[in-house]
Ligand binder design. Structure first.
Ligand SMILES: Cc1cc2nc3c(=O)[nH]c(=O)nc-3n(C[C@H](O)[C@H](O)[C@H](O)COP(=O)(O)OP(=O)(O)OC[C@H]3O[C@@H](n4cnc5c(N)ncnc54)[C@H](O)[C@@H]3O)c2cc1C
Length: 395
């Protein structure tokens, strides 16, 4: 067993696996550790992803991890106004619903084929530092304590993100930047089998209810509510149960599975690189603050991180300066969009149900050709400029 590596990736989610794959492809000695006993399980995701996101990260679609191809999307207002957009207009903005447990394993398998080593049931419990520089992690492998040293540690440990914090980078979130989620996999539904649906307004304060199809009469039916809007734990499930009871397409359904989880809806981290440490995926807070989608962003950041780390391994230099090209690459690709969507989220929090009704009604008559946050904001800017005044330069 080797214990010295160029790179130790903590967390085998999409961001960690992409980092491991691209770094290993360039010849770096990579170890990826995962605390769970199975990659991709248990599920904590609604599994929606758009084709463009996969394309940008250079991940070709493999039918084995696609559950359902999506033909379009619907945005539903509190009063029942529907903004509907189908695939012919949405192009590759509309995507698919994954089998996430297979997808995550496929991404890890690609990393292994590129040469990365993978250890399951191995949890990082702290970082090892020499002065200000991270030089490895303390871990427990099947309960046994270990010290693993490396030129660079990759914090790919998702929403909970402890690795960066241990190293001294503040990734803490305020309650207004956390969405608390609850989801059922439900069957025997009467919802559309190929349309993703988003229901907004006071039914899901600060977030939305989603229906993402998983085959004919089955779907991921979930809710995200801003943590600052919740008075007690468990309330988020009540919001969803209330909606399911009222929606007759759902009330006939039965649950197959339930899950809970958190999503950051904050601006991205101020610092994603320090000597011997790099942050990717959810740990860098690069989830889209409006949609809560983080798979595509995590893949893209992982690709950039892996490529830069591969170069660093060749140069034997994992200093902050040598790894800064990664910081620039992901910021150029998504930082403006993340900030814009965070500001949009902050604004939409303040809107009443009747204003949301008016906005969705407007959208349904506007010439929006693609279901993307950006295009929706452009349409809102034209008809309701007062709603986006604070961040119109980012639209
Ligand atoms: C309810 C819910 C619904 C969502 N729906 C969607 C959606 O439809 N579309 C979308 O794009 N995004 C969605 N997301 C967000 C998406 O799941 C994440 O953005 C995505 O998984 C981020 O990938 P990642 O690799 O950064 O982190 P993760 O996928 O979270 O992977 C992190 C990995 O690190 C491991 N780990 C953590 N700590 C340690 C440690 N100390 N040692 C070793 N291993 C560790 C974890 O076990 C995990 O496997 C959803 C999230 C939730 C909670």
């Amino acid at each position: 067993m080797r214990t010295d590596y160029d790179i130790i990736v903590v967390g085998a989610g999409p961001a960690g696996s992409m980092t491991a794959k691209h770094a290993a492809r360039k010849g770096a000695r990579v170890l990826m550790i995962e605390k769970r006993q199975e990659i991709g399980a248990p599920l904590r995701c609604a599994e929606g992803v758009n084709r463009r996101g996969l394309e940008k990260a250079g991940v070709p679609v493999d039918r084995r991890w696609v559950s359902t191809d999506i033909s379009g999307a619907k945005l539903v207002s509190p009063g029942g106004h529907v903004f509907r957009i189908d695939e012919s207009q949405a192009g590759n903005e509309v995507g698919m619903v994954l089998e996430r447990h297979l997808f995550d394993k496929a991404m890890a398998a690609d990393a292994a084929r590129a040469g990365a080593e993978i250890w399951l049931k191995t949890a990082a419990v702290d970082v090892i530092k020499e002065g200000e520089r991270v030089v490895g992690v303390k871990a427990r492998r099947e309960g046994e304590p270990l010290r693993l040293t490396a030129g660079c540690v990759v914090a790919a440990d998702g929403f909970e993100s402890q690795v960066a914090r241990w190293a001294g980078i503040d990734t803490s979130l305020k309650a207004g930047d956390i969405t608390t989620c609850f989801q059922y996999r439900m069957t025997n539904l009467r919802t559309e089998p190929d349309y993703c649906e988003f229901i907004i307004g006071s039914v899901a304060p600060g977030g939305y209810i989603w229906i993402f199809p998983k085959g004919d009469d089955t779907a991921n039916v979930g809710i995200g509510v801003l943590a600052s809007k919740l008075e007690k734990p468990g309330e988020v499930k009540r919001y969803l149960d209330d909606w399911i009871r009222k929606d007759e397409r759902l009330s006939c359904g039965q649950p197959l599975e339930a899950l809970a989880g958190g999503v950051s809806v904050s601006p991205p981290v101020e610092r994603s690189v320090m000597d011997g440490l790099i942050l990717v995926g959810d740990s860098a807070r690069i989830i889209d603050p409006i949609t809560g989608g983080g798979i595509a962003n995590g893949l893209l950041a992982g690709m950039h991180a892996g490529n830069v780390l591969g170069d660093c391994a060749q140069a034997k230099d994992f200093s902050e300066e040598a790894m800064m090209p990664y910081d620039k690459l992901w910021r150029d690709a998504m930082e403006d969009r993340l900030w814009r969507n965070w500001m949009a989220k902050e604004k939409f929090l303040t809107l009443s149900d009747s204003t949301l009704d008016a906005v969705i009604e407007t959208l349904s008559t506007a010439n929006v050709d693609k279901m993307s946050v950006h295009n929706i904001l452009i349409a809102i800017k034209e008809r309701h400029p007062e709603l986006v005044r604070e961040f119109e330069e980012l639209i």
